[in-house]
Design a protein. Structure first.
Length: 194
């Protein structure tokens, strides 16, 4: 049975959305293409009607995850009363984000794995990093564009590092201490440079 272009496009979007979520939750090797296809109600054999390779799906899912993150951060920043940058930092370094890697930041969920991907996929990762840094620069305090960009890069690296360390520990108190102290340090360092 022939499927319309609209249905094909819808199926492709469903696969990308499922992959963006499951890869963050389980890692790139934690879920198979067959399992992803089954999750969206399609057959494994249909995968190659949508994608040339698993790497293409990974690249598209990376960009989807980044897009979802920026949409979420934009809501947090827009709802903030006052310090938009600080609101995003505190949201990121929260137990809610910690506990829901499947909907959270790609870099904190898959950082080491992302560094080992082949070049075409790394291009998508790099584009995602640029988008995140640009978003954070847009809400960062600072008198110059260069200072705001520096704040964005340092904050993003610190946020990812803090979340990664928090997720590595089995000690709940240490986890909360890491999240709280990194958020506080970021807030303090940003306000000191304004």
């Amino acid at each position: 049975m022939k499927v319309s272009k609209e249905v094909m496009a819808e199926h492709k979007e469903q696969i990308i959305a499922a992959a963006a979520r499951r890869y963050r939750e389980r890692g790139f090797d934690g879920i198979s293409v067959a399992d992803l296809m089954q999750e969206v109600g399609l057959t494994h054999g249909g995968f190659y009607r949508h994608f040339s390779s698993k790497d293409e799906l990974i690249a598209l899912s990376v960009l989807r995850a980044v897009s979802e993150t920026i949409i979420e951060w934009r809501k947090i920043a827009d709802d903030a009363k006052g310090d938009r940058f600080g609101a995003v930092v505190h949201y990121y370094l929260s137990l809610r984000h910690h506990d829901h890697r499947e909907t959270g930041c790609l870099a904190a969920a898959l950082g080491c794995e992302l560094s080992r991907l082949p070049s075409p996929v790394k291009e998508a990762v790099t584009e995602g990093e640029r988008q995140i840094i640009d978003f954070l620069r847009g809400i960062a305090p600072g008198k110059t564009k260069a200072l705001r960009r520096k704040q964005a890069i340092v904050a993003f690296a610190s946020m990812v590092g803090g979340m990664t360390l928090a997720r590595m520990t089995s000690d709940g108190e240490l986890r909360q201490e890491i999240l709280k102290d990194v958020a506080h340090a970021l807030s303090s360092s940003v306000s000191a440079t304004v």
